[in-house]
Design a binder for this molecule. Structure first.
Ligand code: PLP
Length: 412
């Protein structure tokens, strides 16, 4: 049985699938879900106490957090959040367009726009909702959206909701992207290419130099979701577009406030006209309550640190390079990782489940990744590196990963 087998049952009872899925989860079979949703018993840090679903508590090295720079704990950020809490309270009361936003919300949008060199920016209550709202507001049945196959789930969900024609090219294959673009017929009105900047399951970078060229050649607009690039990639941490020197050639710079910024929310840095349009037409903005002011107060401090590139990017890269090279030397396949995300390709789901569970219970917490996020034969662990990991913590993690990797035949 596979996890997704239960979703499309033909029974009349709507909840029959729920019953089947629960039976599967209770069967005692290893499902790969054992470590999902564990409880964290301390503040976010690279080594912390965790509680398993069965109540077992233990210390673990955290390689599963996207708070790469651990700004959630930065004193300046906490102080910003505290001041905003005292001034505005902890919630917003209703959606932005009905209950208003604070001056802090507007300041954050202006700082984000300034960071990307765009005219304006709009902040959404969640990153997932940013993608869904932007895409479904801008595209409809007459348009075509061309996606990299490894784009984030929220992008594909936005595409489905939009009703646009959806085309997909194999991961990072710009030849296939061009083939799709060159074959579009004239009945298609709008064309939008969407790509992650840093791919969230592989850690490689989209070839934005080539993609920009193709977008221009075939009259397509370009949206980049740089959730995992912000604050890490590019010479001053402006992300993947900066790395390829195409900052002003991306039409929609989308990013998440949940990864390096360490909070919650998403944004789109773009023109004044598009931001204004999205405020009215993106349903995940219009119909969803704004982020509470304390979070926004913290995020303003985050962007002050990012603007001056003093949030710890250089130290993070020291850790990324160390972890990656140590894993490679030991024979792990880390694919083409170019960011804070390091995959360890396993390729056999049963082995992956066991490797992942054993690592976690031995004190190394990683993310498990398999279908539908990636093809089953490319299933993997995903390691996310944090700036505050010490050399000792990295060495201990590498040692355990190596020992278990040998045990499960992932390396020799
Ligand atoms: C590439 C990418 N886009 C969008 C999202 C959604 O962001 P959020 O978790 O902030 O809703 C994520 C993270 O889950 C992501 O990795």
């Amino acid at each position: 049985m596979k996890f997704e087998d239960f979703v499309y049952t033909k029974e009349n009872d709507l909840f029959y699938k729920v019953k089947l899925a629960n039976e599967y989860l209770d069967s005692g079979e290893t499902t790969g879900t054992e470590g999902l949703g564990v409880q964290i018993l301390e503040k976010s840090s690279p080594e912390l106490i965790m509680r398993e679903k069965n109540g077992h508590e233990y210390s673990t090295i955290m390689l599963g957090s996207n708070s790469y720079l651990n700004l959630t704990q930065h004193p300046q950020v906490i102080e910003g959040a505290r001041k905003a809490l005292e001034k505005y309270g902890y919630g917003m009361g209703a959606v932005s367009l009905y209950a208003g936003i604070t001056d802090l919300h507007r300041e954050l949008e202006e700082r984000i726009a300034n960071f990307y060199g765009t005219e304006d920016a709009i902040v959404f209550p969640s990153g997932y909702g940013a993608n869904v709202g932007i895409i479904s507001a801008l595209c409809n049945e007459n348009d075509v959206i061309i996606n990299d196959s490894e784009n984030h789930a929220s992008i594909f969900d936005g595409c489905k909701l939009s009703g646009a024609k959806i085309k997909v090219y194999p991961h990072s294959n710009t030849k296939q992207l061009e083939k799709i673009l060159s074959r579009l017929d004239d009945s298609v009105s709008g064309r939008l290419i969407i790509t992650d900047g840093v791919f969230s399951m592989s850690g490689d970078l989209a070839k934005l130099d080539k993609i920009v060229e193709l977008a221009q050649k075939y009259g397509a607009k370009l949206m980049v979701d740089d959730a995992h690039g912000l604050g890490i990639i590019g010479k001053t941490g402006r992300g993947t577009a900066q790395h390829f020197d195409v900052m002003n050639k991306v039409d929609l710079h989308v990013g998440m406030l949940s990864k390096v910024p360490g909070a919650i929310g998403g944004y789109c840095a773009t023109t004044k006209e598009i931001a204004r349009y999205l405020r009215l037409y993106a349903r995940t903005y219009f119909f969803s309550t704004a982020i509470p002011a304390p979070i926004i107060g913290g995020l303003i401090e985050v962007f002050k640190l990012l603007e001056h590139d003093i949030a710890g990017r250089v130290e993070l890269w020291g850790n990324i390079n160390y972890m990656k090279s140590q894993l490679e030397v030991r024979g792990f396949n880390v694919s083409n990782s170019q960011s804070g995300i390091i995959p360890i390709i396993v390729g056999d789901e049963k082995k992956l489940f066991e490797f992942y569970n054993d690592l976690r219970l031995s004190g190394v917490y990683t993310n498990i990744v398999t279908y539908p996020a990636v093809r089953r034969k490319e299933c993997r662990l995903r390691l996310c590196v944090m700036k505050e990991l010490t050399k000792d913590q990295m060495d201990r993690a590498i040692e355990i990963i190596t020992q278990k990797g040998k045990e499960y035949g992932i390396i020799e």
